[in-house]
Design a protein around this ligand. Sequence first.
Ligand code: HEC
Length: 469
Amino acid sequence: MAEQQNENADSKLIGLMAQFDDPETLVRACGQARQDGYKKMDAYSPFPVHGIDSELGIRRTRLPFFVLAIGLGAVFVGVGLQWYVNATSTEFSSLFPGYRFNISGKPYWSLPANIPVVFEIIVLSSAFAAFFGMWIFNKLPWFSNPLHRISRFKRATNDRFFLVISEKDSQFDQAAVEAKFNQWGSTAIEEVRQDLTDTQLPQFVKLAAVLVLILLMVPPVLIYRAMGMTNRAPRLHFMPDMDWQEKFKTQTISPNLANDKAGTDYLFSDFRAMREQVPGTIARGDLEVSSEYNHGIQSGSTKVTVRMNPGVVRTGLGQEQEGAAPPAAPSEPNWVTTFPKDVNIDAQTLARGKQRFEIYCSACHGFDGNGKGLVNERALALNAAGKAAWTTAKSLHDPEVKNNEKNPVGRIFDTITNGRNTMGPYRRQIPVEDRWAIVAYVKALQATGIQPETTTVGEAQNAAGKTKP
Ligand code: HEC
């Protein structure tokens, strides 16, 4: 007689469980149960037992066919959707018309173009079919199994083997099944009972589910509403990064951060946007100890800072008077006439100077310094068309420029550093050392004595290639 696990009137018999002590008896019992015509049964063992599937009469899983069916369905959905949105317009529905988009005159409908998307849809839906199909076929989720209420059954994960015949089986008869179990060598038999009181979901779970469902409808409603509305507010900026940060210009008054009238909320208490340099310190790389080396001017001499275009007199801010009497030529400082001692004039420096010259100067001055660089050629063409007012870069072979009295190395250095007249400064692009190397190369170029009038760009490039300083 089976032990009564639960006499509660609220429980219902759902099957009989037999315990076996070894896998062989279990497999034999399964085979006999199947031969006796039982179908709704299941076996439990601590480890996989070979051959038990066939003894229990378990069929192969139908999951692959389910996945195949869903995958084939995905082909039709994928192809159909793309065809609907790309190749149709209002034929099927005026409310949801497809949207024909002419892309470089390509056909609206062409199968090859749509295959990648179809492939992806197949992969995605098959994966979902396999995952959720497994749940469906296994009747998951199943929150509680009545077998777990039988203490004996705990050993199913350790050293005992169980066969359960369900009450749903058409042949089920409690007395007959118990007799069979004993006959097949079972060491214990128990009723499997389901507690009818715990099959219901708690009330609060149902309530929460309803609430969540209602809340889920809110975002679509809001989105739908926003689609039909205009809005003056800027778009939501989820990640501001540095888009809205305060911008301070160097050495200006800091904007009043909080916009408060009392003006107490400045970035710094002295109202500056940035800190002053600490007195007596020099930023790295800004140390200019040698007037000769850093400015090309003999020490003790003052630097010229005022530069003007001849013939243009500045009378005030931004006002220029054309044709006024030219101002007196600004007095020149005492340029160094020989290279400062920190500059080594050797093959290495000249090679460096040549390379830098060709990068920074040749565009305007040409490879051989005749002023016929590529920029110049283009600018002259624009000049001719009236689209530009270009001043040809001076030829470095111009007697004025070449003259060592008028244009000593210090002055050429200064021309590169601060620019001259219409030529811009290059102090930010070219470090001091390289500027001196360029000066050396310019001097070497001038010494070659190339006749600029007869040189074209191509010839100049050839000449520059051949010229060895
Ligand atoms: C964007 C074109 C351009 C580039 C690049 C350029 N220059 Fe000039 N350069 C000029 C122009 C234009 C003049 C004539 C300025 C004037 O007198 O109005 C000039 C004039 C000169 C002069 C003569 C200045 C004087 O004494 O009157 C020298 C020397 C010179 N450049 C050297 C260089 C060197 C070295 C480089 C490379 C670092 C260079 N330039 C890069 C356009 C350029």
